[in-house]
Ligand binder design. Structure first.
Ligand code: ASP
Length: 466
C-alpha cells in the first residue's frame, strides 16, 4: 500500500495514484457507479467508483461513517463539474481499491448537518460523534489555535508557564466549591480550584515575575448559556506592574492573536469606560458595541471596564468584595481602605475586558503588603483569627518581600464563543455537561460503591431526589 496522503494535499498529486485514509462522509450509489465523499482531518474529496471497476463490489458494502483506506487516481474534474469555492472542488479520486478498516452502525443522528436542531442529550451522549461534524471540528480547531497563539505570544514576552495544584484549599472567591474527600484525612476535604489566584500571587513572591497557565477553573455555580461548572482560563500574573501594564500586555496579545487569525477588531486601542458610565450608557457592565452590520460581519468589539466599586453590601448588611478580595484599591483610595472610611466610594483596580456582550476576562493589581489585605478583610468583618484561617498563608508570604504585582484571567470559552459566533459555552468545549450537570458520554455524577464510601469515611444521607 502507498503511504497515506492527506485529503487536503490531494491537489498536489494530480495524475498520481495515491492512498487516503478516513471516513465515508456520504455514499451515493447510482447503480453502475458509486460516488463518495471521503473525509479526514484535513478535508473532503469526492471519490468515484467507475462501472466495471474492481472496487465496485467493495464499494457497495461500504456505508456512511465506515473507516476506510482507499487507493485511487487523482483526476482533474471536467470543467463543467468544477466547484471552485470548495476544497478539492476541481479534482476527484477515481477509486481503484477500498479496504474497510472498521465498519460503523447507522449513527444516532446526522452529523453532515450543523447539528443545531438535534436534541442536546442525544448529542452529548454520543459527543464523540457530534464532534465529527464540520461545526464542532471547526470550533475545536479555532480553540486550539487561539490558545496556541496566546501561548506563543506570552513565551515571546518572557513568561514562564507554571502549573498549579488541582487539589487545593477552599478559596474565599465567591462561588461554591467542588470538594474532594481525603482518604488519608477522614472528615477533611480538598477543593478544586475556582481559579489559581492565590498560587499565582505566591509565584510572584517566588520571583517568577511573569507567569501564565492555561488553567482549569471549577465553580459550582448555576449553569447558564455562557457558564459551565468547568472552564479554562489563560491565567496571567506579572510583577512590578500597574493597571496600564497588564492591560496593555493583554490588549497587545488579543490584538495580535485574533488579527493573525483573520478577524477584524472594531476599535483600537480598545475603548476604556468606567463602571459608572457603562451602567449609565448600557445598563450593564458587559455590553455589545457593534452595529447590526458589524455583527453580521463577525467583527470583534473589545472594551475595558474600569473603576468598579471595591465593596458592596450583602443581604445581611455586611460589606463584601465585588470582584476580588486580593485587589488593591486605586491609589487615590488606598487611604480610605486602610482607615476603613468611605467604604462605598472605594474603587478597585479591577479591569474587565468585554467583547460582543460577554465579559471575556478580568483581573486587577493586588494588595502585596500584609496590612493592605488585612484592611480589606477587616472591612468585610473578619476577626484576626478568621483572617488568619482564610488568608494567613498569604499574609505570611507578603512579609517576605513580595513585589507589587497584578494579573488577569481570560475566559477561553467566552473568547472562542466570540470567534465562532456560538451562543452556548458547551459548543466550544469538547466534552461539556448537560444543563442538569450530567457529563457527556460518561455517567457522572453517580453514587459511589459502599466500599469506596467506607474508605473515605463518608456516609450519604438519603438523597432528596430519590
Ligand atoms: N482570579 C480571577 C478570576 O478567575 C482573575 C484574576 O484576577 O486574575 O476571575
Amino acid at each position: 500500500m502507498n503511504e497515506r496522503t492527506l485529503i487536503g494535499e490531494l491537489g498536489k498529486h494530480i495524475g498520481e495514484t495515491v492512498s487516503i485514509s478516513g471516513w465515508v462522509d456520504v455514499r451515493r450509489d447510482q447503480g453502475k457507479m458509486v460516488f463518495f465523499d471521503f473525509r479526514d482531518r484535513s478535508g473532503m474529496v469526492q471519490g468515484v467508483v467507475l462501472p466495471k471497476s474492481e472496487a465496485l463490489d467493495a464499494a457497495k458494502e461500504v456505508k456512511n461513517e465506515y473507516v476506510v483506506s482507499v487507493t485511487g487516481i487523482v483526476n482533474k474534474r471536467p470543467e463543467k463539474n468544477v466547484q471552485a469555492d470548495k476544497l478539492n472542488g476541481d479534482i476527484e479520486l477515481e477509486v481503484t481499491g477500498i479496504e474497510v478498516l472498521n465498519a460503523a452502525d447507522t449513527l444516532p443522528f446526522d452529523i453532515t448537518t450543523d447539528t443545531f436542531g438535534i436534541d442536546e442529550s442525544v448529542r452529548l451522549e454520543h459527543r464523540y460523534l457530534d464532534l465529527r461534524s464540520a461545526r464542532m471540528q471547526k470550533n475545536m480547531k479555532i480553540r486550539s489555535e487561539f490558545v496556541r497563539r496566546c501561548r506563543e505570544f506570552l513565551f515571546g514576552k518572557d513568561f514562564t508557564e507554571i502549573e498549579t495544584p488541582l487539589l487545593t484549599e477552599s478559596t474565599p472567591e465567591g462561588s461554591r466549591d467542588f470538594v474532594v474527600p481525603s482518604r488519608l484525612n477522614p472528615g477533611k476535604f480538598y477543593a478544586l480550584p475556582q481559579s489559581p489566584q492565590q498560587y499565582k500571587q505566591l509565584l510572584m513572591t517566588a520571583g517568577f515575575e511573569r507567569y501564565f497557565q492555561t488553567a482549569r477553573a471549577v465553580r459550582d455555580e448555576d449553569l447558564r448559556a455562557d457558564r459551565g461548572f468547568e472552564h479554562t482560563q489563560i491565567d496571567i500574573e506579572m510583577s512590578f506592574v500597574k493597571m496600564e501594564d497588564v492591560m496593555n500586555t493583554v490588549e497587545a496579545m488579543i490584538t495580535k492573536v485574533v488579527e493573525d487569525m483573520g478577524y477584524a477588531i472594531k476599535e483600537k486601542p480598545f475603548p476604556r469606560i468606567s463602571y459608572k458610565d457603562a451602567m449609565e450608557k448600557y445598563g450593564a457592565d458587559k455590553f455589545d458595541m457593534r452595529t447590526e452590520e458589524e455583527k453580521a460581519a463577525g467583527i470583534l468589539a473589545y472594551a475595558w471596564v474600569v473603576n468598579f466599586p471595591f465593596f458592596e453590601k450583602t443581604d445581611d448588611g455586611k460589606w463584601t468584595f465585588t470582584h476580588n478580595p486580593f485587589s488593591m484599591p486605586i491609589p487615590e483610595h488606598l487611604d480610605w481602605l486602610m482607615k476603613g472610611e468611605n467604604i462605598e466610594n472605594i474603587l478597585t483596580t479591577q479591569y474587565d475586558i468585554v467583547c460582543n456582550g460577554y465579559e471575556s476576562g478580568g483581573g486587577s493589581i493586588r494588595a502585596h503588603k500584609p496590612e493592605i489585605l488585612e484592611a480589606t478583610y477587616k472591612i468585610m468583618g473578619y476577626t484576626k483569627e478568621e483572617m488568619m484561617d482564610r488568608v494567613g498563608h498569604m499574609l505570611d508570604a507578603f512579609k517576605y518581600g513580595t513585589p507589587p504585582h497584578g494579573g488577569i484571567a481570560l475566559g477561553v470559552e467566552r473568547n472562542i464563543m466570540n470567534l465562532t459566533g456560538e451562543t452556548y459555552l458547551r459548543e466550544v468545549q469538547a466534552f461539556p455537561m448537560t444543563r442538569g450537570g450530567q457529563t457527556s458520554v460518561m455517567k457522572a455524577p453517580k453514587p459511589l460503591e459502599k466500599k469506596q464510601l467506607d474508605e473515605l469515611s463518608i456516609e450519604v444521607k438519603e438523597s432528596k431526589n430519590k
